[in-house]
Design a protein around this ligand. Structure first.
Ligand SMILES: Cc1cc2nc3c(=O)[nH]c(=O)nc-3n(C[C@H](O)[C@H](O)[C@H](O)COP(=O)(O)OP(=O)(O)OC[C@H]3O[C@@H](n4cnc5c(N)ncnc54)[C@H](O)[C@@H]3O)c2cc1C
Length: 307
């Protein structure tokens, strides 16, 4: 939309997907938009996310999709009703990026990458009149209520009618989001919920032998149960513990239990779809000269690190 000198001036601080989407929505009105980022370019974490295969959303029905938001479902539901997984796919297609549904039900750009999507998105935002200011680290406000920035030419201040903070969380600080905004806002009397790890792996005290033999190996198609959480999927044994999509899906609940008790215990069904009686009946068959591993593999379909 065209804007005039009387249009409200809005600052967006943070050029990750949250800030860019705020700029996109605002650019449909008549605001003059300036987007600031501390880094030499925007969307660095988004680009890193694309290195391992950019998972844009999930194709499952809305009810299980919503359940992934745990205690925040009620807040998230109206947001997803306004802009849900299908709308996100349509948005990507509109930027010239085709998507596909992987075997896990997750949705990816056809080339699995984030860079072409980010390039097309920035091109469209610039075309809508969004002004980008990189290498501008927001430092807070001055006494007059203006925003203070550390910039290549020294400290600058600018006044805006409204400010949107889209500063990211506290992980992967080298990509720009370092969580430094938390104490800054708290000092201004803003009540900020503590940052917590999410979508994260966990440490497990593997033995040296187990680590040596199995680090990097996947557990495919297992069912993880943790309290009310139960889902089939896959994850990987890492050097220090466990990580991967199935663990990430349960990570908020596991994290909260660790926070309360110091540790958490998960349950894995290594032969999902087979009843306990059936597994027992298969496994008690005489194994002859076969190793226990081959026996488990042939009788119960339990292979690799799982056995
Ligand atoms: C390895 C990895 C893989 C991932 N894979 C996926 C995936 O497949 N799918 C998915 O949906 N998500 C994935 N994510 C998560 C995703 O990248 C984040 O959820 C997303 O980037 C968060 O967006 P954001 O805009 O809130 O924050 P960020 O992307 O962190 O952006 C915040 C921005 O604010 C800027 N900033 C911070 N402080 C200041 C300041 N004081 N002044 C100016 N600028 C500042 C930062 O420089 C940064 O550019 C992955 C993350 C990682 C690390």
């Amino acid at each position: 939309m065209p804007f005039s000198l009387s249009s409200p001036r809005v600052a967006i601080i943070g050029g990750g997907p949250a800030g860019l989407m705020a700029a996109e929505v605002l650019s449909q009105g008549d605001a003059r938009i300036d987007l600031f980022d501390a880094m030499p370019s925007v969307g660095r974490k988004f680009l890193l996310a694309g290195k391992g295969g950019m998972n844009l959303t999930h194709s499952e029905a809305l009810a299980p999709f919503l359940s992934r938001y745990g205690q925040r479902q009620a807040e998230i539901e109206p947001l997803l009703a306004a802009f849900g997984p299908e709308a996100l796919r349509a948005w990507a297609h509109d930027l010239g990026i085709d998507t596909f549904v992987g075997s896990s039900g997750r949705v990816f750009p056809t080339d699995m990458k984030a860079a072409p999507l980010l390039r097309a998105w920035l091109h469209r935002l610039r075309g809508s009149g969004v002004n980008f200011h990189v290498r501008h680290r927001w430092l807070g406000w001055n006494e007059a209520g203006e925003l203070r920035f550390a910039s290549p030419t020294g400290e600058t201040t600018q006044a805006f009618d409204a400010v949107i903070l889209a500063l990211g969380g506290g992980s992967w600080a080298r990509l720009g989001s370092n969580g430094a905004w938390v104490p800054m806002l708290q000092a201004h009397g803003v009540d900020v919920a503590a940052l917590k790890p999410s979508n994260c792996g966990f440490d497990v005290g593997w033995s040296a032998l187990f680590k040596e033999r199995y680090a990097g190996q996947p557990l495919k198609s297992v069912t993880l149960t943790f309290g009310e959480f139960q889902r089939q999927g896959e994850f990987v044994v890492s050097e220090n513990g466990i990580e991967g999509s199935l663990i990430y899906a349960a990570s908020a609940a596991i994290r909260d239990t660790i926070e309360a008790n110091g540790s958490a215990q998960i349950w894995l069904d290594l032969a999902p779809g087979k009843s306990l009686q059936r597994v027992i009946a298969e496994v008690v068959h005489p194994r002859g000269s076969r190793s226990l591993s081959s026996h488990l593999q042939s009788r119960a379909g339990i292979t690799g690190v799982s056995d």
